[in-house]
Design a protein around this ligand. Structure first.
Ligand SMILES: [Zn+2]
Ligand SMILES: [Zn+2]
Length: 341
């Protein structure tokens, strides 16, 4: 079983794999393999994955057979496993726990030749329904504190061997540090102003419109003021809501439309550039010591889309600073020219 180890210098948790499961040769640099002939996520190959934990299927179709539009399966080589106890413990002055969690693959389409932005809004809505259903199910597991949903699109964004359009889900027994930082910033702002930071930023972006890339009745997409990467985008729901799983049916439909719109804009402007997408949701609310009570009011879920125009370098890794050669105002103008909007 993998372990979760806490770095005493930064407070960061690291998932460390089983030590006897690797060989040094596993990590020698190999050129990317192009797409393999066999893909376990294509329709009719269902027997090659672990049994599905969720699927949206045509009436009459059988579980683990063809006839689905979205299918969720456990990762066959998970970073974290669902079975067992957390076993929080100390080792000297280090903290660690067992690598307990869930690691699932969400096949967004049965077709190998379709990317997320090439699906219909209805098909993207089904992907969003699958996200919501899995979060709701994993919230019942008291050991879990956070569900991270993310997607690596294209070579260079982590999708090296299988090019089927998938998202990944990781249920974690701790809240990721980057999310914690956002939660604390939002809490501090709320403590001062009794307003949601994200609602205020959204009002500013909708008012100024210099960084706005897309908008519909329920969502706005904009290039954040301090974007770390060229063409970085944030998608915010217009109605205040801390929890993604509480979006309404009509909001999920609107989200599918705006997501398709901005991914198509990125594709048509930048070509088939790799990108990472992640859901920035609140942790599961499990009242305990030190847990703040304003999280419903002070946090506002959102999506983050990070196109990978260049690799993160030693400067960013070492300093935590980012150098962004494309001002977000220019990025927004490239993606959504204002003369045409
Ligand atoms: Zn496939
Ligand atoms: Zn808000």
């Amino acid at each position: 079983m993998s372990q979760m180890r806490k770095d005493v210098f930064t407070g960061r948790w690291v998932i460390v794999a089983e030590t006897d499961a690797v060989q040094p040769t596993d990590f020698r640099f190999k050129p990317f393999r192009r797409d393999t002939a066999f893909c376990p996520f294509c329709e009719t190959n269902e027997a090659s994955t672990p049994p599905e934990v969720f699927a949206i299927r045509r009436p009459g179709s059988m579980a683990n057979g063809p006839g689905w539009s979205v299918r969720v399966v456990p990762n066959s080589r998970p970073h974290l496993r669902i079975e067992g106890e957390l076993g929080r413990r100390g080792e000297g002055f280090h903290d660690l726990m067992n690598g307990i969690g869930a690691h699932e693959i969400i096949a967004e389409t049965p077709r190998h030749d379709r990317s997320l932005h090439e699906l219909t809004p209805e098909e993207i809505s089904d992907v969003i329904r699958a996200y919501v259903a899995r979060i709701a199910d994993l919230e019942r597991d008291e050991r879990m504190r956070y569900v991270l949903i993310f997607k690596n699109h294209g070579e260079g964004a982590g999708a090296h061997t299988i090019f089927h359009s998938i998202s990944q889900l990781m249920a974690l027994p701790v809240t990721p540090r980057s999310i914690k930082t956002k939660l604390m910033m939002a809490r501090d702002y709320y403590a001062q102003k009794e307003r949601c930071l994200y609602c205020d930023v959204l009002a500013e972006e909708l008012n100024k419109r210099r960084r706005l890339v897309a908008e519909n009745s329920d969502f706005a997409a904009f290039a954040p003021f301090a974007s770390r990467f060229p063409f970085e985008l944030c998608v915010l729901p217009k109605s205040h809501n801390s929890a993604f799983s509480r979006t309404s049916d009509s909001e999920r439909g609107s989200l599918a439309h705006i997501l398709r719109d901005i991914l198509q804009k990125l594709d048509s402007t930048l070509g088939r550039l790799p990108y990472s997408l992640s859901l920035q949701d609140r942790p599961f609310v499990r009242p305990r010591k030190g847990y703040w009570r304003t999280i419903e009011a002070d946090f506002h879920w959102h999506l983050e889309i990070l196109p990978q125009v260049f690799r993160v370098t030693g400067f960013e890794w070492a300093s935590g600073f980012f150098y962004n050669p494309v001002p977000p105002e220019i990025a927004a103008q490239c993606l959504a020219p204002r003369s045409a909007s």
